[in-house]
Design a protein around this ligand. Structure first.
Ligand SMILES: CCCCCCCC/C=C\C/C=C/C(=O)SCCNC(=O)CCNC(=O)[C@H](O)C(C)(C)COP(=O)(O)OP(=O)(O)OC[C@H]1O[C@@H](n2cnc3c(N)ncnc32)[C@H](O)[C@@H]1OP(=O)(O)O
Length: 188
């Protein structure tokens, strides 16, 4: 709550918060095709991007059903979207939120690690690393608007943003729980 109050006082971020409730004024950006093709991935189907050029604020709605699990494809889409926004000089802030009910992101897609090849897992973990490094080092002001549960990789994603705001609902959990799955994140 203190964070939210502090942020509300910040003139620089006023536009970003307005965007949370006014994305209908935004325009939808083109799909990030280029890098997707380089990576042999499909275009962004799991992200709805509202970008209001008058405020310079983009809202990335994650809509990868059912729970925004971070698959290789979805991680790639997220990275490409951030890259494209960073290349747009009129963009200064990014809000990341979820279109899925009750879940911000369920974290890494467990199916990417189950009975997949060593090579695939290598590519997957590189994409994980790239996602959080890209967000963490972004020149954009980044805000995670956490409107649902956000375990493990979902929490990581939120942590790498500059600010986090979480819906006040006791049913929504957030934290680094991956060790409970016997999972230790690799070094980077
Ligand atoms: C600043 C740098 C610091 C570095 C720190 C390092 C941090 C470590 C980095 C990475 C490690 C991260 C590892 C992971 O993320 S592993 C994944 C961990 N995630 C979980 O354990 C979440 C498990 N899921 C849940 O708890 C719940 O599903 C829920 C709360 C997200 C949603 O609950 P609910 O609405 O009740 O839905 P369901 O449980 O019924 O699920 C619906 C559907 O979705 C499937 N599903 C859920 N989670 C995942 C997932 N992670 N991957 C793939 N699929 C998932 C679930 O199986 C259901 O499928 P269905 O039966 O076919 O319908």
């Amino acid at each position: 709550m203190a964070l939210r109050a502090a942020l509300r006082k910040s003139c620089a971020l006023t536009g970003l918060f307005c965007q949370l409730s006014s994305s209908r004024h935004g325009r939808v950006c083109a799909s990030p095709v280029l890098v997707a093709q380089q990576r042999n991935s499909s275009t962004a189907q799991n992200i709805k991007l509202d970008f209001d050029q008058s405020t310079g604020v983009a809202v990335m709605h994650m809509q990868c059903p059912p729970v925004n699990a971070l698959s290789l494809e979805f991680l790639t889409e997220i990275c490409i979207t951030v890259e494209k926004l960073e290349m747009d000089k009129s963009c200064r802030g990014l809000i990341i939120t979820s279109s899925q009910p009750k879940v911000f992101s369920a974290g890494l897609d467990l199916l990417e690690m189950y009975e997949t090849s060593t090579e695939h897992r290598g590519e997957f973990w590189r994409a994980v690393q790239e996602m959080w490094l890209k967000l963490y080092s972004s020149k954009l002001v980044t805000i995670a608007a956490i409107n649902g549960s956000s375990p493990a990789g979902g929490c990581l994603m939120a942590m790498t943003c500059d600010y986090r705001i979480m819906a006040d609902n006791p049913r929504y959990g957030i934290g680094l729980n991956e060790t409970q799955l016997g999972m230790v994140a690799p070094f980077w």
